[in-house]
Design a protein around this ligand. Structure first.
Ligand code: DGY
Length: 440
């Protein structure tokens, strides 16, 4: 099969998941509009239909709450068998967008980065002028409603906000949460995907229990910060936000908007990121559990996200690559593992090669890594991982995630962001312009 036909197949996945209003992340498993999926889907669409990509973004922004929060799911009144349904969130009484059913939590802020990339390829000043105020309000909400300490790093309140829902990073915290009076519910996520590839019951119950706490608090940001038993400064979320702030700044400049507020956010994260997350003994980044005041000592591919944001020094980048990425006991292929890159280090006891975010290969994580490696000049390694990623998709199809042993597909089939990122990764000239500019 040639690359051209892979591209054609990627386009047809995006077309077939298109509802006309938004593009479903997966045809059965994910029938509504998810926040960070939608950003990547727009990036994919922009390769062949820029107007449709812009509609995708408008549809996502239609769910923005009046206080600036951009929800992790916008339901768009589309009937489905998805659990939790729109009504489960009970967002009435919170500052949601009138008439648009949404969830009550957010997701990693990739949108400004995607829009900035689209704009750098095809300048679209009218569209930037249209969406810039909404992007700015979302970032402002993150930098205010989700900050609890002088570090200014942003907190997440639910594993679903991390985008890496059942990552082993969250296991210890979830284990300390004892659900009393769990609301009645029936899982829907094991209907189309085998239960062995989805979260374990104990974690899933806590996901639902957290929603129950939040809906009782009416999603009032200060009350959530005070009472949520899950309160984490996540490396991945903060790295993506830093990169997105940089990209938001570029958008501001392109349409003549002031940048002081964004510069302030950038300065604060740059000042505190390494102090809070970097473990110099081990040469990797650990998330921070705000409730216990302790780092979360679990080694997952989230440790590489700072490369995507240009936050590590050159020495830190070298340690991440040489001590971890290239280590076959952790991330590099070796033994019976043939593919880059498992989302949990293989040496972690919680690594499960086929279960959701417990360890399979995810195309989005490979994409972040490829971008980050280019940023630090590891072009050859980035190219090896890019080629392996495209080979994985060629052999296994556009799946949600893949077993790193043999590349067999897991989770949803016809997965939109795997198709969207195929289009991005197939571009001949990769993004080598965005070099790291800091000091060692
Ligand atoms: C799910 O239902 O598993 C979703 O990932 C939540 O966002």
């Amino acid at each position: 099969m040639t690359t051209t036909s892979l591209i054609d197949r990627a386009i047809s996945v995006l077309r077939s998941n298109d509802t006309g209003i938004f593009t479903k992340p997966g045809p059965h498993q994910y029938p509504h509009q998810w926040n960070w999926d939608s950003a990547l889907i727009a990036l994919g669409l922009s390769h062949f239909d820029l107007a449709r990509a812009q509609l995708e973004i408008r549809a996502l922004l239609s769910g923005q709450w009046q206080d600036g929060m951009l929800p992790h799911v916008v339901y768009h009144h589309v009937p489905s068998d998805y659990f939790p349904p729109a009504g489960f969130w009970q967002i009435e009484g919170s500052p949601h967008a009138p008439g648009v059913p949404t969830s009550g939590i957010t997701q990693p802020p990739l949108l400004a980065t995607v829009i900035s990339r689209m704009n750098s390829r095809t300048p679209m000043p009218d569209f930037i002028n249209e969406v810039y105020p909404a992007l700015l309000r979302w970032h402002r909400w993150l930098h205010t409603a989700r900050v609890v300490d002088r570090s200014s790093l942003v907190c997440i309140l639910h594993p679903w906000e991390s985008g890496t829902d059942d990552s082993p990073r969250w296991l210890n915290i979830l284990a300390t949460i004892q659900p009393e009076l769990l609301p009645e519910f029936q899982r829907g996520d094991t209907k189309y995907v085998p239960a062995t590839e989805r979260p374990h019951r104990a974690e899933y119950e806590r996901f639902i229990y957290l929603i129950d706490i939040f809906r009782k608090l009416r999603y009032v940001p200060n009350d959530l910060l005070t009472h949520s038993p899950f309160l984490v400064q996540d490396i991945l979320f903060n790295a993506i936000l830093f990169r997105a702030d940089e990209d938001l700044r570029a958008l501001a400049v392109s349409v003549g908007q002031p940048t002081d507020e964004i510069d302030d956010w950038l300065g604060r994260i740059r000042l505190n990121f390494n102090a809070r997350f970097w473990n110099d003994e081990l040469g990797l980044y650990y998330d921070y559990d705000v409730r216990s005041g302790e780092p979360i000592r679990v080694n997952t591919a989230a440790t590489f996200l700072p490369l995507f944001a240009g936050l590590p020094s050159r020495r830190q980048a070298q340690r991440l690559v040489e001590e971890h990425l290239l280590n076959p006991d952790e991330y590099a292929p070796g033994g019976d593992v043939r593919h880059w890159v498992t989302t949990t280090a293989k040496a972690e006891p919680a690594w499960e090669p086929r279960r959701y975010w417990r360890g399979p290969v995810w195309i989005i994580m490979n994409w972040f890594l490829i971008e980050g490696l280019h940023r630090y000049g590891y072009d050859d390694l980035a190219e090896i991982i890019r080629q392996d990623t495209l080979d994985l998709i060629e052999a296994g199809g556009f799946r949600e995630y893949y077993d790193a042993h043999d590349g067999s597909g897991c989770g949803s089939a016809g997965f939109s962001w795997s198709a969207a990122l195929t289009l991005e990764l197939s571009r001949e000239s990769q993004n080598t312009g965005n070099r790291w500019l800091g000091n060692d």
